[in-house]
Design a protein around this ligand. Sequence first.
Ligand SMILES: O=C(O)CCC(=O)C(=O)O
Length: 330
Amino acid sequence: MVKGSQKIVSVDQDIPIIDMSQERTQVSKQIVKACETLGFFKVVNHGVDQTIISRMEQESINFFAKPVHEKNSVKSANQPNFGYGFRDIGLSGDSGEIEYLLFHTNDSAFLSQFSFSSAVNCYIEAVKQLAREILDLMAEELRVPPYTFSKLISTVDSDSLVRVNHYTPSDEFLGGTTRVSDKSESLMRVGFGEHTDPQILTVLRSNGVGGLQVSNSDGLWVPVFSDPSAFCVNVGDLLQVMTNGRFISVKHRVMASGKESRLSTAYFAAPPLQAKIGPIPPMIKTVNQPRVYQTFTWSEYKKFVYSHRLEDSRLDMFRTCKDEDDEIVY
Ligand SMILES: O=C(O)CCC(=O)C(=O)O
């Protein structure tokens, strides 16, 4: 039995859909509520140009259609974990029915080798702008100083990533498949195992093929309907820490149906490696509870995360019971 294959809730539930063209305070209220309850939401009327999105999607489709030996040769000289990958996810033995392309947003030498580097760069700029806007809306509603969150991802040395995931129909993969035991899911395979995102915020777009599931507070999996015109946004571990646990970074996974290819592009907004992360002082006061997380650098947390399995609850190791006095000034 595959771990985490607990029940899926009925299909009439979905994550909140937030229309960003509404009045600003309405949008920020809805975003904060979603971050406190499910940790996931979709945004529509987000302002990202459709031509940028379509170009990125078409170029990704063209890339994954190339012969394996050509795809395999795509590796970053600076960072060998970046580039094309197949099945193996991360460094701790996790695997899924997936092939992917992983970029560091600052590795311009690597990006420039791609025939579609201009599509990738335009896409990165557009989703980074959207991520900043969402983080600023959060800061406004939480009444923390402006740009508290967004400035962490805006600097030139931010450690943000882009990952293009391609879940192909089952017979395109060789070898045994990982099946869940429930009969109704018998054709589904684990595309990307359950995990939380370690960074600050994730902005994800997918083609019209579903598969993403989010764990709700009852431990049930909520299917997220794929809407190519929306972006799906989720709270990362670092944002949970900075809000002192008020926002939640929740587990999610992808179950691949094996009938159609799912293509998703995730932008993981992260701070610079040496940025100190801990609960921000206004959140400790307003939540009216002592700080629940220690202070650490993104580099320290990242090392910890990549030395553990995807499904591990990695943030638990950074909880604290005592009031620490190393206050963070953001
Ligand atoms: O493909 C998806 O929809 C989600 C992928 C994901 O969770 C990840 O890349 O971390």
